[in-house]
Design a protein around this ligand. Structure first.
Ligand code: ADP
Length: 497
């Protein structure tokens, strides 16, 4: 019998109201069951949102430094449990242990930063236009926040949203991805042990249409924070927007790593291998397009092929492994279908392009390289979310930047060059929320804003102080000690009248 895991609602571990469960399996060995999880529905969403609504008043009146201290306690526990949590992530999601350690570390650094926000959360104090009057802003919570997360960063992603939401005084209901519920359960065990009061943070596991959608439309949810696919993000924006909820969306990317003709090619290729194939390419910031100046393209491709020969595919728990499995059978089929599309479109399949599920016994796919793709091909435009890199050859910096910008997405971009002026021009012209110089498109840091332009997002940024902006409402406060009625602009002392 597999271990059974419950929802966490109002400080108690409870089964789904409909009694339904589902099995979560290891993508490296699909026969191995990670656990049995609740297949939540609208009744569980109701219970969780009701608990979050009831806990709201007390939590928002709990001083922010005390909220921060609870987060600091949770963070210390994550530090202690990091190796064990990383192993859980690898077993349930497939990526290599180092990568899973990064996932836990992302949750830890978020906790460290956001616990400190309990003693900052700055407002502004500004001069008033009238005498004997103070003018300032203070921050309060948005209310009840629904958090819907993907499976590729199963601990970092909920933590990146949870910690800032909680420190700002919101109460939350988290619906993690159906493929990675255990990482979220472990995070909630930590929150419980750290002393997060009942109802303040609630967890419901299950599927998008059954649990995520009712959370999106629930009348008592004030905000939805979502990371996932563009299709679902658009649907959430439509449904939640119709109810005037706050909506923060982080969606896909088709991130370009640009190699100019004066780049250090060794450095660029090392960056491309890491940016394209770590987490098996299942990162919204993955370096999935290489936009390479044709003068150096042959050498870049040769070096890539050489580098790819040492990408050992296997179980993420094996220290030799560099590329783990894809998350599930559906994703394996999807990634493989893009290989067929690329070949049909006329790109050169240089390496890989094969399913390894039968030989390896899990959802494995060979790291794949396409060359001579054109910028408009589907493999150069659509997010594959797998270990597939597409090389597009260009002539000169202008074409490189135009190709890099030529997708609907705008999450992350990178440029490799040794020339400061060319670098600065590229950094200024690239349409992306994150730009890296001489580094691949992945690897953001918690104290800086994270997010994208164009169809990647809807204008919000996560992480750092940008997260505090998202998860707070600002109140503008005027304190008048003049002893008379001052009528703002009408009584403006500097007014020409
Ligand atoms: P991915 O392709 O990365 O799995 P999805 O957008 O399908 O991305 O899933 C991201 C998260 O959104 C998951 O937690 C999933 O369960 C949830 N989700 C999927 N469909 C819906 C929906 N219709 N409403 C709300 N949440 C959904």
């Amino acid at each position: 019998m597999p271990d059974a895991f419950l929802n966490y609602i109002d400080g108690k571990w409870v089964p789904a109201a409909n009694g339904e469960t589902y099995l979560d399996t290891n993508p490296a060995r699909p026969g191995e069951v990670i656990g049995e999880f609740q297949r939540s529905g609208p009744e569980d969403v109701d219970a969780a949102v009701s608990a979050a609504s009831q806990a709201q008043d007390e939590w928002r009146h709990t001083p922010a430094p005390l909220r921060g201290e609870i987060i600091a306690r949770a963070t210390r526990m994550l530090v202690e449990r990091k190796p064990e949590l990383a192993e859980t992530i690898t077993k349930e999601m497939g990526k290599v242990l180092v990568d899973s350690g990064y996932d836990v570390q992302g949750a830890i650094t978020s906790g460290e930063y956001m616990s400190g926000e309990g003693r900052r959360m700055f407002g502004d104090t500004v001069p008033s236009g009238l005498p004997n009057r103070l003018a300032m802003t203070v921050r309060g919570p948005v209310g009840v926040v629904g958090i819907i997360t993907p499976w590729n960063l199963p601990m970092l992603m909920p933590a990146w949203k949870l910690f800032p939401a909680l420190v700002c005084g919101n109460t939350v209901v988290v619906k993690p991805a159906e493929d990675t519920p255990l990482s979220a359960v472990r995070l909630f065990e930590v929150l419980e042990e750290a002393g997060v009061p009942p109802g303040v943070a609630n967890l419901i596991t299950g599927f998008g249409p059954e649990a995520g959608q009712p959370l999106t439309t629930h009348p008592d949810v004030d905000m939805i924070s979502f990371t996932g696919s563009r299709a679902v993000g658009k649907q959430i924006a439509t449904l939640a927007g119709a109810e005037l909820k706050h909506v923060s969306l982080e969606m896909g990317g088709k991130n370009a790593l640009v190699v100019l003709d004066d780049a250090d090619l060794g450095e660029a290729v090392t960056g491309a291998l890491w940016g394209g194939f770590s987490t098996t390419g299942q990162r919204c910031t993955a370096s999935s397009r290489l936009v390479v100046d044709s003068r150096v393209a042959n050498e870049v491709v040769e070096r890539l092929v050489d580098g790819m020969s040492s990408l050992v595919v296997g179980d993420g728990l094996d220290p030799e492994t560099k590329v783990g499995p894809l998350i599930n059978a559906k994703q394996l089929e999807r990634v493989h279908s893009y290989t067929g599309i690329g070949v049909e479109e006329g790109a050169d399949l240089v390496v890989g392009g094969e399913k390894l599920d039968e030989s390896f016994g899990g959802h494995f796919y060979a790291p794949t390289l396409f060359d001579h793709a054109t910028a408009d091909m589907r493999i150069a435009q659509e997010e594959i979310f797998g270990p597939t890199i597409t090389v597009i050859r260009v002539d000169g910096d202008e074409e490189a930047i135009s190709v890099a910008n030529g997708t609907r997405y705008g999450l992350s971009a990178a440029v490799y060059t040794r020339d400061t002026a060319r670098a600065l021009r590229a950094v200024s012209e690239l349409e992306a929320g994150l730009v890296y110089l001489n580094a691949p498109t992945i690897g953001s840091e918690i104290h800086l804003p994270f997010g994208g332009v164009k169809d990647t997002g809807n204008g919000h940024r996560e992480s750092g102080t940008a997260a505090i902006e998202q998860f707070t409402e600002i109140k503008t406060v005027f304190l008048d000690f003049s002893g008379t009625l001052q009528r703002a602009h009408i009584d403006e002392p500097t007014s020409p009248d």
